[in-house]
Write a protein that binds this ligand. Structure first.
Ligand code: X8Z
Ligand code: ZN
Length: 611
């Protein structure tokens, strides 16, 4: 099954994170009350049959989606829409049938698999052939609009997202940044009516399955009552918020020095185009503007890659080597034959990076328009984390061929990338000399600009979608609500007037792509928990931010044991299997950045923080 960031109507298929208990917002009584007629043995037979049917369908849909994402045309979009339509029709039917077994005394696996079946679709469709077809077409059209999106200027020259992202990361010219920032957002206004209709259709599908709306359904995938999950998110964000606010304050002050406090007022949110990233979601690219003067680590991975003549393939091989150093088997040759590593010149592709498992066995691939930067080197580790996870759980029944929860899938490659330390870079010959400890603040700041800065963004994307699905935010307020959340959580604001003629959420891949986003928030918490634990297992004695688990077979074995579980048990058990704790916990990230917090507090003395 694929695990991609691409359009997942199909979601990660059986990416069901079932609970033993029924989600609290599902009305069991609404199910067909024919329990007298069915037995636990019927339930088991039903789910076995469903699994066999799904396995076949998943492969068919994955192939159609792979071809479409690698070669976006009218025809491939149609082929993908038709495959997804068929898949959705069947799952919706099976999910509704699964409700027949509600209330029976079932064995653990049958109950868990039935629950996963009900939660399988990211966008459930109504039980109506015409509406399912309409929804599948919208999904495929939205994906295509994003993938083909370009900003064409008056002189006829068109820029791709990759081109504009490069400008955003390297330019320090306020107006040039503004131009590409608004330019990319010209791709999304035309998505709005489609998106609006998609919300109506999928909500109809979710309510038929017993959920209040599609957002409520998404929140039910975490082995706990949906409301408790929301409380968990608030708790985790509450833990990280003080560190984020300190970082935001420091960055705003330095941007004020660079661009002038008329452009970056010190009592207002930061203009969103100055943070080195198209969505202001990670800020590592402006390290040069905000870094400490006397503690700069003195190297930059982009430069090291260039000096050592790394190309796209060498970068992938390098990332793979990290995994094999932990004891994982090398990727199959077909991975190198079938993956896409560079942006083709002659066709439209969905460049947003994704990892795929085409046959639920060993046909692993990534699809990525790799740029030769340190940032992209991390993304390659991220993607391979998906592939090694997929391979680790392939022995599970198809219902459990997923991560413990979706945050785990997103966290594995990032956990490995946390081990890309100066010590590791020296070991693989990219760096001559490891900077001494006095340079740690620079390293930590650079990491925080990517990881800590991301966290509120990771949270708000689905806060927006959940409000949209529930109807709390209506189409006439889509954009306004988006920017309210951006300001509330991130302390940033649009650099230009925005209206409802704009549809800025649509300019972020996962919105037209229908990939839930809370997973990345969770991943940013979890990866520090995993890293802390794996470092202990590897016998690391250095501060955790200097630890690399490279070559540790012991750490690799412990990691693999968790990955192999797939989603066969509640995620709390998988977490406990590795860390000994069944709770997600942001103290790991706070501990990692503790020296930076002290440094930021000092920098921020005398500054007035907040927005
Ligand atoms: O979409 C991704 C991955 C693919 S699952 C490249 N990420 C999020 C994003 O780019 O917005 C990784 C971090 C957050
Ligand atoms: Zn990912």
């Amino acid at each position: 099954m694929k695990l991609t960031a691409t359009a997942l109507v199909v979601g990660a298929c059986l990416s069901l994170t079932a609970c033993k208990e029924t989600p609290n917002n599902v009305d069991n009584n609404a199910a067909v009350n024919s329990q007298s007629a069915v037995t636990p043995a019927d339930a088991k037979k039903f789910i076995d049959g469903a699994e066999a049917q799904l396995l076949e369908l998943i492969i068919e849909v994955s192939r159609a989606d792979w071809v479409n994402a690698n070669f976006i045309t009218e025809d491939t979009s149609k082929i993908s829409a038709v495959a997804n339509e068929k898949y959705t029709n069947i799952i919706v039917k099976l999910a509704n049938e699964a409700a027949r077994y509600n209330g029976l005394d079932l064995d653990y696996d049958t109950a868990r698999k039935l629950e996963k079946l009900k939660l399988a679709l990211t966008l459930p469709a109504p039980q109506d052939a015409a509406k399912t077809a309409e929804l599948s077409t919208i999904v495929s059209d939205l994906g295509g609009m994003y993938g083909k999106g370009k900003y064409c200027k008056a002189d006829g020259k068109c820029l791709s997202l990759g081109d504009m992202s490069s400008t955003l990361s390297t330019s320090r010219d306020y107006d040039e940044l503004l131009d590409v920032w608004q330019g990319w957002r010209t791709v999304s206004p035309q998505m709005k009516p489609l998106y609006q209709r998609q919300v109506e259709l999928t909500n109809e599908g979710s309510t038929a399955l017993g959920y209040a709306d599609t957002g409520a359904m998404w929140r039910s995938k975490y082995d706990m009552p949906a409301d408790d999950f929301t409380t968990e998110l608030d708790r985790l964000w509450g833990q990280v918020k003080p560190l984020y606010n300190s970082l935001q304050c420091h960055v705003r002050a330095r941007l004020g020095d660079k661009y002038g406090t008329d452009k970056v007022p010190q009592d207002r949110p930061i203009p969103a185009h100055l943070l080195g990233n198209m969505w202001a979601q990670s800020w590592g690219n402006i390290y040069d503007l905000v870094g400490p003067e006397n503690a700069d680590p003195g190297y930059d991975v982009t430069e090291l890659l260039k000096e050592h003549k790394y190309d796209e393939l060498t970068m992938v091989r390098g990332a793979e080597k990290f995994f094999t150093s932990l004891g994982f088997e090398p990727l199959p040759e077909t991975f190198y034959e079938r993956s896409l590593f560079t942006k083709p010149k002659d066709r439209e592709v969905q460049c947003h990076a994704s990892a795929w498992d085409l046959d639920t066995q060993d046909d692993l691939r990534i699809k990525m328009c790799i740029q030769r930067t340190g940032e992209e080197f991390s993304v390659i580790h991220h993607e391979l984390g998906h592939n090694f996870y997929q391979r680790a759980y392939k022995g599970q029944p198809v219902s459990y061929q997923e991560s413990a929860n979706d945050g785990f899938h997103e966290a594995i490659g990032d956990t490995i990338a946390l081990s890309v330390t100066p010590g590791y870079l020296k070991e693989i010959g990219l760096l001559d000399k490891v900077p001494d400890e006095s340079k740690d603040i620079g390293l930590l700041l650079r990491m925080a600009l990517d990881k800590v800065a991301f966290i509120p963004f990771g949270l708000l994307v689905d806060q927006w979608r959940w409000q949209v699905f529930s109807g709390e935010v209506k189409p006439e307020d889509y954009n306004k609500a988006w920017w309210e959340l951006r300001t509330k959580y991130q302390g940033i604001e649009a650099p230009l007037t925005r209206t409802e003629a704009n549809f800025d959420p649509g300019a972020k891949y996962h919105v037209p792509g229908n990939t839930p986003y809370t997973r990345y928030f969770l991943a940013h918490i979890l990866q520090f928990q995993f890293h802390r634990e794996l470092c202990k297992i590897a016998g690391n004695e250095e501060p955790v931010h200097r630890c690399s688990i490279y070559n540790s077979k012991k750490a690799g074995k412990a990691l693999n044991e968790m990955l192999e579980m797939g989603s066969s048990r509640p995620w709390q058990e998988a977490l406990a299997a590795l860390t000994g704790s069944n709770k997600m916990d942001a103290t790991a990230i706070l501990d990692y950045f503790a020296p930076l917090q002290t440094w930021l507090d000092k920098q921020n003395e005398g500054r007035s923080c907040g927005w």
